[in-house]
Ligand binder design. Structure first.
Ligand code: SAH
Ligand code: SF4
Ligand code: F3S
Length: 474
C-alpha cells in the first residue's frame, strides 16, 4: 500500500525561465511537513535571487529535503547523492559548478556524518534553521563545508519570508500550513522527537496572517500541519493559551477559505473542544488521520503510546457521535519487538471495529538512537512481511468498501487541477478521495456539486449535477 506521507517524493514547482537568476532544484522526501518546508526554503532562497527549477541539469543548487523515519527512507538519500556526484563531476569537468545541500530529518539526525559518507555535499541544514539558508550558502560560496544543525533560539517562522502571491497561486488551491513542530511523546519506535526537537506551537496571530495571505492568493483549502498537530497550544489573540479547536474556529472565520483539515493527531490530545469543532464547523472536513499503530495493549505500552486499544475505540465512538459522517484514517506498524501472533490478531480486530477509510501501514524499522532498536525479541523479517500483507489486505477491503459506499451520493467537490485526459479535472471529496470529473480548467478552485458514478482503485469518478454547492449532502 502506498503511503500518503512517507514514500512519495515530489519536486517543488514554482518555475521561472529567466536567464540570469540562480536556480535551485528541490527534491522532497517524507511527510507533508517536508513538502511545506521545501516551499518555505524556496521562499527563503527567492530573496537570495534563486528561482525553482524542475530540471536538476540546469540547477546551480540541488537541495534534498530528507526523511529519516524508516531505514529505507534514509538510504534513498545516499543513493541519490551517488547520482548527484556524477552530475557534479561532469559539471566541474566543463568548468561549471554545482552546490549540493542536504536538509530535513536525515540532516538533523546525521549531521557531519553525511559529508563524511558523501563528500559531494556542501551543506547540511536541519529543519530548525531554514531561515539561515541564504547565509549558510554564502559561507559555502566562500569555500566552507557547512553543517547547521543547532536548534536556533530565534523563531524560525518570524524570519522566513512570505511567498509572493503569484508564487502561492502557482502552488495550487490547497496549501499546507505548519502550526506546530516537534514532538514530546517519545514513542519508542520513532525518530521524530530527535529530528524535529521538542514541541513548539506558533501563535494564533502568526498563523492567521499566513492563512489570510494564502487565501488572498486564491487558496481554498488549508491543511494545518504538526507532528502532533492536536497538541498545538499557542498564544491566542486574547493573550491566553488556545487549543486546536479554538484555532480552527478562528480560521473558519476567514472569508474565502472553504475547507480546513489538520494532520497528524495523537489520540491522547483529542480534547472535547476539538471534537466539538468537528460537530460545529462546516468548513472543517469530515476526515481525521488518527494513528493507533497497534491493537494490542502490551504492544501499545511497549511503544509508549500511553493509551489502550479500548481508550482508542471509545475515543472513535465520541468523535463519530459528534460527526457521524467522519472518515478515519490511520497508521500501523507491524512487527514491533515482542509482537506475538496474538498481539497481531488484536490489531486486525481493532481494524475490523474501526473500519478505516484510508490507512498507511509499515513493517517496524529499528531506528538508531530510539529505545525500540535496543529491545530484544526483534520480529523476523518474514513474519513482518506476512503480517503486513494480511493487515493491508484487510485495510484495502475496508477502503474499497468505503469508496463503493460513496457511489450514487452527491457531494461537494473542490476542483484542484487538470486530470490525465483532456476535459477532465481532479478534485478532492470531503473525505480526501481524488475525484475525476469532466469540467473546464477555468473552474479550478471552485467547489461544485457532483454525483459519484464509479469507484476506481485509487480514485472516484463523478458527474456534475445542477445546483449550488452546499446544497448537497455534505
Ligand atoms: N506524528 C505521527 C507520526 C509521524 S511518523 C503520529 O504520532 O502518529 C508517520 C508514521 O510512520 C507513524 O505513524 C508510524 O506508523 C510510522 N513509523 C514511525 N516510525 C517507524 C518505524 N521506526 N518503523 C516503521 N514505521 C514507523
Ligand atoms: Fe513519533 Fe510518537 Fe511523536 Fe508521532 S507522537 S511523532 S509517532 S514520537
Ligand atoms: Fe520523515 Fe522527518 Fe517527516 S523523519 S516523516 S520527514 S518529520
Amino acid at each position: 500500500m502506498h503511503t500518503q506521507a512517507q514514500t512519495d517524493t515530489s519536486d517543488v514547482s514554482v518555475k521561472d525561465t529567466g536567464k540570469n537568476t540562480r536556480k535551485v532544484f528541490v527534491k522532497t522526501y517524507g511527510c507533508q511537513m517536508n513538502v511545506y518546508d521545501s516551499e518555505r526554503m524556496a521562499d527563503a532562497l527567492a530573496s537570495d535571487g534563486y528561482r525553482v527549477t524542475d530540471n536538476p541539469e540546469e540547477a546551480d543548487l540541488l537541495l534534498l529535503n530528507t526523511c529519516h523515519i524508516r531505514e529505507k527512507a534514509a538510504e534513498k538519500v545516499y543513493s541519490e547523492l551517488g547520482r548527484i556526484r556524477q552530475l557534479k563531476e561532469s559539471r566541474t569537468a566543463n568548468g561549471g559548478d554545482l552546490m549540493v545541500g542536504v536538509a530535513g530529518c536525515v540532516a538533523q539526525a546525521e549531521g557531519q556524518e553525511i559529508i563524511r559518507r558523501a563528500p559531494v555535499v556542501d551543506l547540511v541544514i536541519g529543519p530548525q534553521t531554514y531561515h539561515r539558508l541564504p547565509e549558510a550558502l554564502a559561507r559555502v560560496r566562500g569555500g566552507e563545508k557547512v553543517v547547521e544543525t543547532e536548534y536556533a533560539i530565534e523563531d524560525k517562522f518570524e524570519h522566513l519570508p512570505e511567498p509572493e502571491k503569484k508564487v502561492i497561486a502557482s502552488r495550487g488551491v490547497t496549501a499546507f500550513l505548519t502550526v506546530q513542530e516537534g514532538c514530546d511523546k517519545f514513542c519508542t519506535f520513532c525518530v521524530v522527537p530527535y529530528t524535529r526537537g521538542s514541541e513548539v506551537s506558533r501563535p494564533v496571530e502568526q498563523i492567521v496572517r499566513e492563512a489570510e495571505n494564502l487565501v488572498s492568493a486564491g487558496v481554498r483549502e488549508i491543511t494545518l500541519l504538526g507532528q502532533n498537530v492536536n497538541a498545538w497550544h499557542g498564544e491566542g489573540s486574547d493573550g491566553r493559551e488556545w487549543g486546536l479547536g479554538a484555532l480552527l474556529r478562528r480560521l473558519s472565520e476567514i472569508d474565502g477559505l472553504a475547507r480546513l483539515r489538520y494532520t497528524t493527531s495523537h489520540p491522547r490530545d483529542m480534547d472535547e473542544a476539538l471534537i466539538e469543532a468537528h460537530r460545529d464547523l462546516a468548513k472543517l472536513m469530515p476526515y481525521l488521520h488518527l494513528p493507533v499503530q497497534a491493537g494490542s495493549d502490551s504492544v501499545l505500552k511497549a511503544m509508549n503510546r500511553r493509551h489502550t486499544a479500548d481508550d482508542y475505540l471509545r475515543l472513535v465512538d465520541r468523535i463519530r457521535a459528534a460527526r457521524p459522517d467522519i472518515a478515519l484514517s490511520g497508521d500501523f506498524i507491524v512487527g514491533f519487538p515482542g509482537e506475538s501472533d496474538a498481539d497481531f490478531e488484536a490489531t486486525l480486530q481493532l481494524v475490523d471495529k474501526v473500519r478505516y477509510a484510508q490507512a498507511f501501514s509499515f513493517k517496524y524499522s529499528p531506528r538508531p538512537g530510539t529505545p525500540g532498536a535496543d529491545l530484544g525479541e526483534q520480529v523476523p523479517e518474514d513474519v513482518k512481511s506476512q503480517r503486513l500483507e494480511r493487515l493491508q489486505a484487510l485495510l484495502r477491503k475496508h477502503q474499497s468498501e468505503f469508496a463503493e459506499s460513496c457511489v450514487g451520493r452527491q457531494i461537494d467537490l473542490l476542483l484542484e487541477k487538470p486530470g490525465r485526459l483532456p476535459g477532465q479535472l481532479i478534485g478532492r471529496s470531503p473525505w480526501l478521495q481524488p475525484v475525476i470529473v469532466d469540467a473546464n480548467p477555468s473552474q479550478i478552485g471552485e467547489i461544485i456539486p457532483v454525483r459519484i458514478t464509479q469507484a476506481g482503485t485509487n480514485s472516484l469518478f463523478a458527474e456534475k449535477v445542477q445546483g449550488e454547492s452546499g446544497s448537497s449532502t455534505i
